[in-house]
Design a protein around this ligand. Structure first.
Ligand code: ADP
Ligand code: MG
Length: 413
């Protein structure tokens, strides 16, 4: 962004400020993504640009948080300590008039861009438009003529192939925002040349993503060790023929994850020296009390909901001796006090280690906040799906679109 004089220019800036929403009170339950885009927005406004923010809230698949971006404008105003105008329109005459009326240094947030059907996931996955075709959609055709520059700061949405993310690059000089640049550099740095030992801590419940990540970082040689927890560990233990209890197994089958038990077998054969499995586990007895048992002695009627204390101790040591640690997914059901011990211990170790730590994933960030470790981590990545896609080595659609723009508009004109 440095090379451009944006004074007096209209800059369309796509951000990802998608947050959990309380629909009853109309308030946001977290504002971490809004906070993360502040540096880019502030810089553009300070440099005299007319800043038009495009953002989505929720999706057509998760209707529960499909909502207006009006509350986001109020939060952003507070964080920026300057007025952020809002208009309940995206591409219509009202939105376009509001854009035309902006003065230098003013910021306007348009309404949820996914109120336009062409921005919805079903549109993306069913129609599969090329970026050229995306440039001919309403969002791009109505807004691009009013703008001089497109800035994409939405790393967390960079795995989406949608017009507000990949279409403007066809018709406007385009660049990454500060947050996008930072997330991109931090993650590529880890993938390409991590300081070693490099440890990946993979837990949680998004099994397909975790296995994809595990394969990538092991086959590419990025990870020296993968510490496992959560459902991911349960699956690996089951693949080794260990008893994980009937309810854990039933949960894996019900979620359609049994294929990963089969997939784990060759993975463990090949990378058994690098994949670290829990030594013990915790489950709840009939009265709801936490009980721990060594792997090998887990009762057949139990359900594993956390790693045990021996495992936590082992993981703490590995993390302490690491130079890079990446974490995605909690070690257990950390939302409940009986089953948070593992996550709490591992997270505290991540906060205390000298290693450069990167936290990714919504629940992992929630755990970081819950244990008061936000300031202790090296980097908290706003991207979930995008981060995982990026870690698997696939080029993100937005990065591809930005590359195209860099060639098409080499001077930024
Ligand atoms: P992130 O959002 O950090 O990427 P995930 O969404 O993959 O993490 O996983 C978080 C969820 O996994 C939490 O809600 C947690 O309760 C759940 N979880 C962790 N361990 C287990 C387990 N052993 N069995 C069932 N659910 C688990
Ligand atoms: Mg999650």
């Amino acid at each position: 962004m440095d090379a451009y004089d944006v004074r007096g220019k209209t800059v369309l800036c796509r951000v990802d400020i998608n947050q959990p929403v309380d629909r009853v009170s109309g308030t946001l339950k977290s504002v971490n993504r809004i906070r993360a885009c502040v540096p880019t927005v502030r810089e553009l406004a300070d440099r005299g640009a007319k800043v038009v923010l495009l953002a989505h809230q929720g999706s057509d698949i998760e209707y529960k948080n499909f909502y207006t971006t009006a509350p986001h404008a109020a939060v952003l105003s507070e964080l920026l300590e300057r007025e952020v105008k809002f208009i309940d329109d995206v591409t219509g005459p009202a939105a376009r008039q509001a854009i035309r009326s902006l003065k230098n240094g003013e910021v306007l947030l348009l309404d949820n861009v996914r109120f336009c059907s062409e921005e919805q996931t079903l549109f993306e996955t069913k129609l599969c438009l090329t970026h050229e075709q995306q440039a001919k959609t309403q969002v791009v055709e109505k807004l691009a003529p009013l703008a001089d520059l497109y800035v994409c700061d939405a790393f967390a949405a960079a795995h989406r192939d949608q017009p507000s993310l990949c279409g403007f690059e066809q018709v406007l000089p385009s660049m990454m925002g500060r947050l996008f640049e930072q997330e991109f550099c931090v993650i590529s740095g880890i993938m390409e040349a991590p300081e070693r030992p490099c440890v990946f801590v993979l837990g949680g419940a998004k099994v397909a993503d975790a296995f994809l990540m595990m394969e990538t970082v092991l086959s590419g040689g990025t990870a020296d060790k993968v510490l496992t927890g959560g459902l991911v560990a349960n699956i690996l233990l089951a693949a080794k023929g260990e008893q994980i209890g009937a309810s854990s197994l039933a949960f894996i089958k019900k979620s359609g994850y049994d294929v990963f038990i089969e997939k784990s077998v060759p993975l463990l054969e090949r990378y058994g020296d690098k994949i670290v499995l829990p030594l013990d586990a915790a489950y709840l007895d009939a009265t709801g009390r936490r009980v721990e048992a060594d792997v090998g002695s887990i009762p057949a009627d139990a359900g594993v909901l956390d790693i045990g204390q021996k495992t936590a101790l082992l993981y703490e040591t590995v993390i302490k001796n690491a130079k890079t640690a990446f974490v995605n997914g909690p070690m257990g059901v950390f939302e409940k006090p009986e089953t948070e011990l593992g996550t709490k211990a591992v997270w505290r170790a991540l906060g205390a280690t000298e290693a450069y730590t990167v936290v990714g994933g919504g629940d992992s960030i929630t755990a970081t906040e819950k244990y008061g470790l936000v300031e202790k981590m090296g980097y908290i990545c706003t991207g979930g799906g995008a981060l995982i896609r990026f870690l698997t080595g696939e080029e993100l659609p937005v990065v591809k679109a930005l590359r195209h723009a860099a060639k098409k508009f080499p001077e930024g004109e």
